[in-house]
Ligand binder design. Structure first.
Ligand code: ATP
Ligand code: MG
Length: 575
């Protein structure tokens, strides 16, 4: 295509609301424009990239045996009431009523709708396993939409759902989707990690996230450089650290006005790692009266709320007791709490539970205990992994110390079990005519977020550097038509025709602009292969070839240029 016929509104300035490279460059390069908070219009260049990613996703899903459908964005409340999620989904779900006062939501995800479809159309084992997906708009009223396409409110997701008669069939599909997501991300030329993840509100089973590694990522991934172990912080197992301090007698010491671990450890001249923190949370109970529980971590460790929320007996999501609730239950303020004599259920992090002769609040303001030992002073305590892992902690597979990297979650696969098929009364007949409740998997892939993730990994100070597999065009002919050189125009047009005829996707910059503007725009837009046609070169029949990633620049004769380019763009390896 010719630039003169394409809407590519490039900008020199950084948009005021853009903080990360992908947001800045996609707006400046004329790929997207903001409509309102968290909602973007795809301009011609951006849409081409989006469609290329969709095409790769479709190809790989077809290979993995998934079938494409297209389900509505507007969903009736009744289905969400059947699954029980109408009341549990938070304000992220946008709800509204129609002219008949019937309630609806905009699809944040599609479990209910696909399960309803399945129960209407599939009744027999003959149709199982069944793996359906669509690529459709999602709306989530995110509390903090930001980073452009990365955390939008309206975004494009590929979401897939599979139904199975038994675990073996499900496990095979889950493994196939795991491989499929890896294949997609490899084709996009991305540096990524598949990580063990917390399924959150989606289910109780296994789940894996696919993260594109980038400093601007919102998530932290703990991984072992020595193996393929990787997990997000909600899931990464923290080791129990040993403590060999000698057993000392317990003493009570005055700590006037000291409410924090920092205050107490400074006062006692002991490191924070000799103290424990006691946090009071709401327990899960059938009774009317609110029940509380105590969670204990080492003074220099942090509680991991997702891990704590997974414990039996703890309310999910985790909520902390108010100061008043703590006063009423313990008789002391939050900075003076400890396990000694505490009449609440106590769960200690495994490292805290292995400590000897530690410091804790005395459940009396202005007093702490020192030399506390679990068995002797508290009694046996329930130990669980409830702390955040730290870099340097031994990886759960024992392969070596953990490192941390930031990641952008682009995909998430879950084991749903029968959560939806049971609550929505789905059954199919197995081979022997028995009614079976199928089990489900669900597989999300953020198509629009991936556009941003690619730019986060593939850019330099001048602009985007698209991998050839998803570039809006593979080749950019920059015609330096200054002073209306008809020779340049003719040569560039001829090359454009030749390449187009050879099946190469070419953008011809035929605008009446200065060379500096054209080069700056070409760098910004980031098309991987560039041919510059200028008057000076043409005098000796030469054009200039350059790869946007800087890996190659050379002069080519006008005659050989088309053949050279055709070979270059079809080389399998991405820059
Ligand atoms: P996050 O933790 O980033 O909010 P999520 O766990 O809520 O993601 P899923 O419900 O698993 O996300 O959705 C599947 C995929 O959809 C995600 O892996 C991500 O790529 C994409 N996605 C989710 N929320 C957004 C958003 N607000 N903007 C763009 N893409 C999103
Ligand atoms: Mg989310």
């Amino acid at each position: 295509m010719r630039s003169s016929q394409l809407l590519i509104p490039t900008l020199r300035e950084t948009p005021a609301d853009a903080e990360v490279a992908s947001h800045i460059l996609l707006v400046r390069g004329g790929f997207i424009r903001r409509l309102t908070t968290g909602a973007y219009t795809w301009l011609p260049l951006g849409l081409r990239v989006l469609k290329r990613i969709e095409a790769i996703v479709r190809e790989e899903l077809a290979r993995a045996g998934a079938q494409e459908v297209l389900m509505p964005v507007v969903q009736p409340a009744e289905l969400w009431r059947e699954s029980g999620r109408w009341d549990t989904m938070g304000p992220e779900m946008l709800r509204f009523t129609d002219r008949h006062d019937r309630e609806y939501c905009l699809s944040p995800t599609q479990e209910e709708v696909v399960t309803d479809l399945f129960r209407r159309v599939v009744t027999s084992y003959r149709h199982l396993p069944c793996n359906l997906y669509h690529i459709q708009t999602k709306f989530r009223d995110e509390i903090r939409p930001r980073f452009g396409l990365m955390r939008a409110r309206e975004f494009l997701m590929k979401d897939g759902y599979s139904f199975h008669l038994d675990d073996a069939s499900f496990e095979a599909a889950y493994a196939a989707m795991h491989d499929c997501y890896s294949a997609i991300l490899r084709r996009l030329g991305l540096d990524f990690r598949a990580v063990d993840a917390d399924p959150g509100a989606m289910g109780d089973g296994d789940s894996h996230e696919f993260h594109v590694l980038a400093g601007s990522g919102e998530d932290t991934i703990a991984f072992s450089p020595a193996s393929d172990y990787a997990a997000n912080l909600e899931k990464a197992e923290a080791p129990a650290l040993a403590d060999d301090h000698p057993v000392q007698p317990m003493q009570t010491v005055p700590t006037p006005g000291m409410k924090t671990i920092a205050d107490v450890s400074a006062h006692l001249r002991l490191p924070a790692s000799r103290c424990v923190k006691t946090l009071i949370v709401h327990a899960e109970t059938d009774e009317e009266a609110p029940a509380l529980a105590a969670l204990i971590v080492r003074g220099d460790h942090e509680l991991n709320e997702a891990k704590a929320a997974r414990l039996a007996g703890i309310r999910r999501p985790l909520t902390f007791a108010t100061d008043a609730e703590i006063e009423a239950a313990v008789g002391a303020s939050p900075g003076s709490l400890g396990p000694v004599g505490l009449s609440l259920p106590i769960i200690a992090d495994r490292t805290a539970a292995a400590m000897t002769s530690f410091v804790c609040g005395a459940n009396e303001d202005d007093k702490h205990h020192v030399g506390v030992n679990w068995e002797r002073d508290v009694g046996s305590v329930q130990a669980a992994d409830i702390r955040e892992v730290l870099p340097g902690d031994m990886a759960a597979d024992g392969s070596g110390p953990l490192s941390f990297r930031r990641g952008i979650e682009v995909g998430h696969i879950f084991k749903l079990g029968d959560k939806y098929t049971r609550s929505m009364d789905v059954s199919v007949q197995d081979r022997d005519g028995r009614a079976v409740t199928p089990i489900m998997g669900c597989y999300g892939f953020g198509v629009s977020r991936t556009v941003a993730a690619v730019v986060e990994q593939c850019h330099d100070e001048r602009g985007i550097v698209w991998p050839t597999s998803i570039a809006p065009f593979t080749t950019h002919i920059v015609a330096l038509t200054g002073r209306k050189s008809t020779a340049v125009e003719a040569a560039a047009s001829r090359l454009y025709e030749e390449l187009t005829a050879a099946g190469v996707d070419v953008l011809l910059d035929d605008r009446d602009e200065r060379p500096g503007v054209k080069f700056a725009d070409a760098d910004l837009i980031g098309i991987p292969h560039r041919i510059t046609v200028g008057e000076r070169g043409l005098k000796t029949g030469i054009v200039e070839y350059a790869r946007r990633d800087g890996s190659e620049t050379r002069e080519l004769s006008l005659e050989e240029a088309a053949a050279y380019l055709t070979r270059a763009v079809t080389q399998p390896a991405n820059p």
